[in-house]
Ligand binder design. Sequence first.
Ligand SMILES: [Zn+2]
Length: 145
Amino acid sequence: MWQCPKCERKFKSENQSHYCGNVTTIDQYISEQPEELQKLLSQIRQTIHAAAPNAEERISWQMPTFWQGENLIHFAVSSKHIGLYPGGEATVVFAERLKDYSYSKGTIRLPLDKPIDFDLIADITRWRVEQVEEKDKNAAKLHEN
Ligand SMILES: [Zn+2]
């Protein structure tokens, strides 16, 4: 692991060439990842996008993020896994389907040496969308009264 002294981002190989400024779009984030991961990352992005069609794509905390009134889900590449960050409640609700994964509250690690479960990513994302839309409805109701 090598950490760039200028931007403090971490890379697998020493002096990895990269754009040192802050990443501002998901396209840029993906294009800076190792080539062998780019297709997979695009598929993950498409999966989340399809499950959350009204969410806005942005970068938060240096991670690709889907935002719909709040952060729905982030993902990020690590050396041996792709981290999925759907919020603390999601990992409780989906615990049964996560038992073969390494995960902690709000963080799911999808190992890079195993096939990625896109259905899991889609289901978690849809659940997050339902959660924020439910919240919006309740807020609207409060307003009416
Ligand atoms: Zn740098």
